[in-house]
Design a protein around this ligand. Sequence first.
Ligand code: PMH
Length: 371
Amino acid sequence: MTTQHYRPTRALINLEAIKENVRNLKNFLKPNVHIIAVVKANAYGHGDIKVAEAAIEAGATMLAVATPDEALHLREYFPNIDILILGHSPISFATVAAEQNIILTVFSSDWVKQLQLTSNRPLKVHMKLDTGMGRLGVTTIDEMLDLYSEIEKTNGLLLDGVFTHFATADEENESYFTKQVDKLNQFISKLPNKPRIIHVANSATTLMKDNTLQYDAVRFGISMYGLAPSPYVQTKLPFPITQSFSLETELVSVKLLHKGESVGYGATYTADETIYVGTIPIGYADGLIRKLGGQEVLIDGKRAPIIGRICMDQCMIALPKAYNIGEKVTLIGKQNEEEVTIDEWAAKVETINYEIPCIITARVPRIYITK
Ligand code: PMH
């Protein structure tokens, strides 16, 4: 049963766009390179299950998440696909991971020593190399070899993969990136045996760098959702990608604001001529953070600014003319020739596009569009 939503505020997720982005990637990759769909954080706010389903249909063969809870949620819906947890997992999760065929990231031989596996199934792990991200991963060849031998001698543990993560692949200046690649090559040259898969490329690396860095698989996150990893990459995309997230609501109130009258908490906006003001049912508790005050929305194919302070559940917009209650208002997305992009919001609040769909809270239902 699909849940009935009575408030008209909703995020529309275009699954066709996601599939198209994955298919275009598949055509771009070398043959036999796997696509790992990065669906952590509820698929960057787009909805983990539906996005995973679309990505798999379009050719992804593995899913990556950040946490054990995220992995278990996906496992309920996808009994067979490989699922990799990119972040830390506590020792207490290891046996459950083995039972559920969930692949863990390891980066500490102490962690491996403490394991007490009680599953009949092997626990698959990917070893994380820190080549310069400074987050997770072994930092020296000695540490890597120590971890490698600890894994090898632990019953029930299987080294399935090795990976690293790049810090600056989306930037024009390649000097730090090149250093990371050099360090990666040193690590790999000292690996006693090559595991099933090596994977190092995020979206930016996949789209911008030498195709030898595709190795056996790429971890495709932000660009699967149709967003470029940075404004620089946006100007250099090797194939088109389509934004899959839009956000819309409807006018629930329209009134005249006379010259000299004000709107919202703090009465920060005062009309200098008589205007129509519309109220829409979306506010900071939905992720429309107060810093988005002044951001334009689309109504009737035209831009209209948010005026006054954004409230918890509502905000007000200056209307170009009187509209009826129920008129559609697009906060992110297209109306006729006009478009408000996620990148426009990101610039407005001085952040990266990744953060925008993630901060749209769970109160906003995700509605899926399939064609
Ligand atoms: N692999 C790892 C280990 C990641 O942390 C991420 C994204 C990806 C792949 C996918 O990268 P992409 O979305 O650029 O393609 N991780 C994060 C992060 O931790 N903060 O922002 C993005």
